[in-house]
Design a protein around this ligand. Structure first.
Ligand code: FES
Ligand code: FES
Length: 161
């Protein structure tokens, strides 16, 4: 019997046939749905490069089996901007030079979006650093990343107010 999984990805329902039950969400997004913005760093849950929003919460796509998340809602970096309008987190990353090579950046941004939605860190740089600690940056752009997340938190709160 053929296996398949149905997901809503960046607002679009997608059904994908699977020939292997061990396919991860990361490989499904990158290789089957042509969404390569989600990066494969370690492929073992240690770097955060593959961070997506899974049913509204940040998750490492390399650790999630696609079949286990049938029916889930997924947002990837490709789904953040709306009609050419950058998400406040994306805009803040540019404003604060929060990247160098950019490899970790999609994961950093998705993690920041999740962190802001969780509302745990607020505008406290120390708590932001702690909340973002699952996302590694080999270029060491941490200062800019923290500043960007703090500013984006303000922007998102301002929009919501
Ligand atoms: Fe998933 Fe590193 S690629 S955590
Ligand atoms: Fe190069 Fe973070 S910007 S790994």
């Amino acid at each position: 019997m053929g296996l398949s999984v149905t997901l809503t990805v960046n607002g679009v329902p997608r059904t994908v046939a699977l020939d292997d039950p061990r396919v991860t969400l990361l490989d499904l997004l990158r290789e089957r749905l042509d969404l390569p913005g989600t990066k494969k760093g370690c492929d073992r849950g240690q770097c955060g490069a593959c961070t997506i929003l899974l049913d509204g919460r940040r998750a490492n796509a390399c650790l999630a089996l696609a079949l286990s998340h049938d029916g889930a809602e997924i947002v990837t970096i490709e789904g953040l901007a709306q009609h050419e309008q950058l998400h406040p987190v994306q805009a803040a990353f540019i404003e604060h030079d929060a990247f160098q090579c950019g490899f970790c950046t999609p994961g950093q941004i998705m993690s920041a979006v999740g962190l802001i939605a969780e509302g745990q860190a607020g505008e406290d740089p120390e708590r932001v650093r702690e909340g973002m600690s699952g996302n590694l940056c080999r270029c060491g752009a941490y200062q800019g990343i923290t500043e960007a997340v703090v500013e984006a938190t303000r922007a998102v709160r301002g929009d919501a107010a």
